[in-house]
Ligand binder design. Structure first.
Ligand code: NDP
Ligand code: GDR
Length: 377
């Protein structure tokens, strides 16, 4: 019985025949998503399925199931039993798996979202981050060439505002020079340029989406926004008294992941391949995100003390809700990100629909709902 859970039998090679008629096969556009189990991959899969695509995703073998963000899609008879979504075991560090999958699926569009995506973790896992985020991108591009699909495939690369790193100018556009500040950003810099190189050298339709931070209720729990909304939800439900953060002063241009996956698709529907900044054009500090999340539960936060001794206190009480812990500081920080997405607005007709405050509210309320059902979530 096909259930919400996956097991090894669900990922066979070669692929099962997926639709009943050959005409139907030809009518469907096929997309391959690396990183389909991540925040963006799950929203993109939903978006493409809605558009009528046949969606293929690469998943990694893990000791526990890592498919919670796409289980609802997999369990949906429309997508799974009719073969609209198919998962394949593979890894960005394993060329042969990538070649096999591309040769079998022959996708029209590839979205390369797989990455070791945590900036702080990349300082501890720098070599692995380069393997996956930099060389992994090269492996995928070369797999396209090995399969002789360079003239047929459109390729999206998940590039990042972290490329800008140390502030050279704001707002940051497609023309702003890069100055990466972490092993993650250095690896993504290679990814960015190897995509440009494959476009110029081999005429592959390949685009870099330089996406600024985007969040959602599906954001990984150790990114700052989700850490804040989960903690605020727990405080609201009296499951937690206080929590710790690192740098409260860094500023990010935060959008909603649902808006951003649409931009990825739009880039691949253009006449010619180009690189685009995707951003809201607003920036907020971590401190402001904290204040906004607490406001969702009707609490005002005021800040007392400075530096590592700074605390966030619930106004009208002595209850300390936030403490600073230097263990969350980064060896080198990105202080300010603010994107200028004018090119995307003009050429893709893309604009974000969800505001900063709506994003914070969506995440906080969703975490309250989650924690009230399961305090250990
Ligand atoms: P997540 O961390 O949520 O998802 C990362 C995905 O990559 C997961 O599906 C993960 O699989 C997969 N992955 C990691 N390592 C490997 C590997 N060795 N082989 C195959 N798959 C692997 O990231 P997001 O969804 O937030 O981001 C998507 C992409 O966009 C990433 O490349 C990220 O760097 C980039 N980006 C993200 C931004 C953001 O604000 N969210 C902004 C700009 C760029 P598993 O579930 O098994 O861990
Ligand atoms: P970022 O996201 O590094 O911008 O990378 P993250 O949410 O991890 O950090 C944002 C800022 O918050 C500060 N911060 C903390 N960060 C975390 N994770 N935990 C804390 O406790 C904490 N306290 C303060 C950080 O120092 C930082 O300044 C994200 C990832 O999705 C990347 O993959 C993507 O490329 C970029 O966004 C754009």
């Amino acid at each position: 019985k096909r259930g919400a859970r996956l097991n090894d039998d669900d990922c066979p090679f070669p692929l099962e025949k997926m639709t009943s008629s050959a005409d139907e096969v030809n009518a469907l556009k096929k997309a391959l998503i690396t990183g389909i189990t991540g925040q963006d991959g799950s929203y993109l899969a939903e978006f493409l399925l809605e558009k009528g695509y046949e969606v293929h995703g690469i998943i990694r073998r893990a000791s526990t199931f890592n498919t919670s963000r796409i289980e609802h899609l997999y369990a949906d008879p429309k997508t799974h039993r009719e073969g609209k979504m198919k998962l394949h075991y593979g890894d960005m560090t394993d060329s042969s798996s990538l070649i096999k999958i591309i040769a079998t699926v022959k996708p029209d569009e590839i979205y390369n979202l797989a990455a070791q995506s945590h900036v702080k973790v990349s300082f501890d896992l720098s070599e692995y981050t380069a393997e996956v985020d930099a060389i992994g991108t090269l492996r995928l591009l070369e797999a396209i060439r090995i399969c002789n699909l360079d003239g047929d495939v459109k390729f999206y690369q998940a590039s990042t505002s972290e490329l800008y790193g140390k502030v050279v100018e704001t707002p940051q556009t497609e023309k702003t020079p890069f100055y990466p500040r972490s092993p993650y950003a250095c690896a993504k810099l290679y990814g960015y340029w190897i995509v440009v190189n494959h476009r110029e050298a081999y005429n592959i339709f390949a685009c870099n989406g330089i996406l600024f931070n985007h969040e959602s209720p599906r954001r990984g729990e150790n990114f700052v926004t989700r850490k804040i909304t989960r903690s605020v939800a727990k405080i609201h439900l009296k499951q937690l008294d206080s929590f710790e953060l690192g740098n409260l002063d860094s500023k990010r241009d935060w959008g909603h992941a649902k808006d951003y996956v649409e931009a990825m698709w739009m880039m691949l529907q253009q006449e010619r391949p180009q690189d685009f900044v995707i951003a809201t054009g607003e920036t907020h500090s971590v401190r402001e995100f904290v204040e906004a999340a607490f406001r969702v539960i009707g609490t005002e936060i005021e800040w007392r003390g400075t530096g590592v001794n700074e605390v966030g206190v619930e106004r009208g009480t002595d209850k300390i809700r936030i403490r600073v812990n230097p263990k969350y500081f980064r060896p080198s920080e990105v202080d300010l990100l603010l994107g200028d997405a004018t090119k995307a607005w003009n050429e893709l007709k893309w604009k974000p629909k969800i505001s900063f405050l709506e994003l914070v509210e969506d995440m906080t309320k969703s975490d309250i709902e989650l924690m009230s059902k399961n305090p250990r979530a």
